[in-house]
Design a protein around this ligand. Structure first.
Ligand SMILES: Nc1ncnc2c1ncn2[C@@H]1O[C@H](COP(=O)(O)OP(=O)(O)OP(=O)(O)O)[C@@H](O)[C@H]1O
Length: 294
C-alpha cells in the first residue's frame, strides 16, 4: 500500500501541492486535472525524483526514500517524455534497459518477448522505432516501465498525442495490466480514465478535491444537470443565467446541457451527470456561475 500523509511541496515561495493525503491499494487510479494543477509534481514525488517539503510518503509503512533500491525495484515509471533511441528496435532498446537494470540476459530476453506481445508490438520487435506512431512509442514506454514486473506502475500523461483509437487500445492495455498492481495514471482528458479507473483523484487549488469512484464523484451533481432546447433568440439570455456544459446547434434551435440548482422547468430534461460534467463544472473559471450550485 502506498500512502501520502500531509504532503506539501513548495518551490521557493510557491506552493505546488498542499496537505495531500492519499492511499493507493490496487487497481487503476486516475489523477485528473488540467495542466499545471500539480500532477507531475505529485508523480515525481511518488517516483522519488522530487521530495516533499513536508509530510511523508510510505510504502507498506516505510518511507519510500529510506527504501531506496528496494522501492525502485517495485516501481515502473513512464515519464511525460521518455527518452528512446529512434534508431533502435524495441527489442534492442528494452535489452539495453534490462542490462542497466541488472536483469540477466536470458531472463530479460524472455520477459521482453512476453512484454512486446502484451503491448501488441510482437510484429515489429525488430523494426526501428523511428517509423513508429505515437501510440506504438507509448506502448514501448509501457513495456520499459513493466520490465521489472512492478507492483506500482506510474504513467504521466501517457495518452498525450494519441488518436482516439490508440487511446482506446491504451485503456485496454492498462486494464489488462492492473491485476494485483497499483497503476497511477495522470491525464487532463476525462475519457482516458472514466471507464477504467477504480478511483479518480481530482486536484484543484494545489490540493485534492475528490478521491473517489467515478459514480460517487458524478453523484455530487445528481439532480443538477439538465438538457433543453433553446430558441436561437434566447441563447444569450440562457448563457447569462446558467452554467453551460455543452451546446449543439440544431436546425431550429440550440440544444443546451447546463447545470443549475433552480427549480426544474417543465421544458428541461434531467440527465445523469457524467465525469465530463463534473470536470467542466469544477474547472469552470467563472466565479459568478460557480456560486450557483452548492
Ligand atoms: N521546479 C519548479 N520550480 C518552480 N515551479 C515549479 C517547478 N515545477 C513545477 N512548478 C510549478 O508547479 C505547478 C504544478 O506543476 P506540474 O508540472 O506539477 O503541473 P501538472 O499538473 O503536472 O501540469 P502538466 O500536465 O503541464 O505537467 C505549476 O504551476 C508549475 O509552474
Amino acid at each position: 500500500m502506498l500512502v501520502l500523509n500531509d504532503v506539501t511541496k513548495k518551490f521557493g515561495n510557491f506552493t505546488a501541492l498542499e496537505n495531500i493525503n492519499l492511499e493507493f491499494n490496487h487497481g487503476v487510479y486516475g489523477l485528473l486535472a488540467p495542466n499545471g494543477a500539480g500532477k507531475t509534481t505529485l508523480i515525481k514525488m511518488l517516483v522519488t525524483l522530487l521530495f516533499p517539503t513536508k509530510g511523508e510518503i510510505l510504502y507498506n509503512g516505510a518511507e519510500i526514500t529510506s527504501l531506496d533500491e528496494e522501492y525502485r525495484d517495485i516501481l515502473g515509471y513512464l515519464p511525460q517524455e521518455f527518452g528512446y533511441y529512434k534508431n533502435y528496435t524495441p527489442e534492442k532498446y528494452l535489452m539495453y534497459l534490462a542490462a542497466l537494470k541488472g536483469l540477466n540476459k536470458k531472463e530479460a530476453d524472455k520477459r521482453i518477448q512476453e512484454l512486446l506481445r502484451t503491448v501488441g508490438l510482437e510484429e515489429v520487435t525488430r523494426k526501428k522505432m523511428k517509423k513508429f506512431s505515437g501510440g506504438m512509442i507509448q506502448r514501448v514506454g509501457i513495456a520499459q516501465a513493466m520490465l521489472n514486473d512492478p507492483k506500482i506502475l506510474i504513467l504521466d500523461e501517457p495518452t498525450a498525442g494519441l488518436d482516439p483509437k490508440e487511446r482506446a487500445r491504451f485503456r485496454k492495455l492498462l486494464t489488462h495490466l492492473s491485476h494485483d498492481r497499483i497503476i497511477i495514471l495522470s491525464t487532463h482528458i476525462v475519457s482516458d480514465v472514466e471507464s477504467i479507473a477504480n478511483e479518480i483523484v481530482m486536484m484543484k487549488n494545489n490540493t485534492i478535491l475528490y478521491n473517489d469512484t467515478v459514480s460517487n464523484i458524478n453523484n455530487t451533481l445528481a439532480g443538477s444537470i439538465f438538457e433543453t432546447e433553446v430558441p436561437f433568440s434566447d441563447v444569450e439570455r440562457f448563457r447569462d443565467n446558467y452554467q453551460i456544459i455543452s451546446e449543439r446547434q440544431d436546425q431550429e434551435h440550440m440544444t443546451i446541457r447546463f447545470i443549475t440548482n433552480d427549480q426544474a422547468d417543465e421544458k428541461w430534461t434531467s440527465v445523469t451527470p457524467t465525469l465530463e460534467d463534473v470536470f467542466l463544472y469544477v474547472y469552470e473559471d467563472d466565479q459568478t456561475l460557480a456560486g450557483r450550485v452548492s
